[in-house]
Design a protein around this ligand. Structure first.
Ligand code: FDP
Length: 344
């Protein structure tokens, strides 16, 4: 489909219409999941408009940290966190939330009703890139609660990726995109800033069959295991590899996974010995690895810890870290093979 025909009025599908259509698959649906997804899209519009003004905050803000409208100048990640929280704390759809930015689970204030879902999110992933005008993103996943009623608990949050009912990411780049799945394929929406709507621009996304890129912070190679080092050689066309991939690394997981999804290949952040406090790499299981693995698998790919499916890992704690390999199935499985052979 050409860019112009995608957005030319007839056949134009807004995110709202698309989410409602998805809901029609489930005649007994309460509409709560639909509303929840719609609110995530709304939060994304607010965050996108702020990220586009990143860098202006310091100029517009006074010494007292207020901008010209008299609003407090917030750091973007704090803004993203509070926006998502405020849109979801009072709706009666969630029993609790958990965020990369918060130490403990986020309770629903007692004056508001609780609901059947749990939202986990990384409000502004890749935030170390903001100062350099590089794409950042939001990652999210939604579970059904496990406890029967009342305030949500850790038990509701610490579920494996197999229990996700919807998940995806927002990328705030040269355009803003929402890419998500409810377990029936992946769809991508692009924000049209002139009308303030997300429009379906990439229906039924599948990873390209031919992998093109590998993506990892090769600056850390000296901290990697033998298996991961050899795997990297294999990606470069050595170690008997039939393929030779190009290297791309942004250092913003959302942007790197987004390119992997649409361009094909693998993104990985393995275990390393760089920091003894982080033996399993840097990325968080709940807020980064699981939602991305769920989405990549829905698009025909695979997400692995290097030893098995990410989606099979049940988190033991909120901020648990995990090695991550996501991308074309056969390329990710090759990582498992090298690790099993060389990293005993
Ligand atoms: P950031 O610290 O900028 O928020 O987990 C966060 C993350 O970025 C990912 O988005 C990114 O893939 C990774 O860290 C980059 O880490 P390195 O700088 O170690 O490569």
């Amino acid at each position: 489909m050409s860019e112009s025909s995608r957005s030319s009025g007839s056949g134009l599908i807004t995110i709202e219409r698309h989410i409602l259509r998805e809901q029609e698959r489930f005649p007994d649906a309460t509409g709560h999941l639909t509303d929840l997804l719609y609110d995530i899209a709304l939060a994304a519009k607010l965050i996108a408009s702020r990220t586009q003004r990143a860098g202006l905050a310091d100029i517009l803000g006074s010494a007292g940290h207020e901008n010209v409208q008299g609003e407090e100048v917030q750091k973007l990640d704090e803004y993203a966190q509070s926006t998502i929280y405020q849109l979801n704390d009072h709706t009666g759809r969630l029993c609790c939330m958990a965020s990369e930015e918060e130490k403990d689970i986020i309770e629903i204030p007692p004056q508001y009703p609780t609901g059947n879902y749990v939202l986990v999110f990384d409000p502004l992933d890749g935030s170390s890139n903001i100062d350099f005008n590089v794409a950042v993103g939001t990652i999210f996943a939604i579970f059904r609660r496990r406890t029967a009623s009342g305030p949500g608990t850790l038990e509701d949050v610490l579920q494996s990726g197999r229990e996700i009912v919807a998940g995806g990411y927002l990328v705030y780049g040269s355009s803003t995109m929402l890419v998500y799945t409810t377990g029936h394929g992946v769809n991508g929406f692009t924000l049209d800033p002139s009308i303030g709507e997300f429009l379906l621009s990439h229906p039924d996304v599948r990873l390209p069959r031919k992998p093109k890129y590998y993506s990892a912070n090769q600056g850390y190679e000296k901290y990697w295991s033998e298996g991961v080092r050899r795997y990297t050689r294999w990606l470069q066309g050595e170690e008997g590899s039939p393929m030779s991939l190009s290297l791309r690394y942004i250092g913003s997981m959302v942007a790197d996974v987004h390119r992997t999804l649409f361009g094909g290949g693998v993104f990985y952040y393995p275990s390393d010995t760089k920091d003894p406090n982080k033996p399993h790499g840097k990325l968080r299981l709940l807020y980064e690895a699981m939602p991305m693995a769920y989405l990549i698998e829905q698009a025909g790919g695979y997400g692995s810890t290097g030893r098995g499916p990410i989606l099979d890992v049940k988190p033991a704690s909120l901020h648990q870290r995990t090695p991550v390999f996501v991308g074309n199935r056969e390329v990710v499985e090759k990582a498992e093979e090298f690790i099993a052979t060389h990293d005993r």
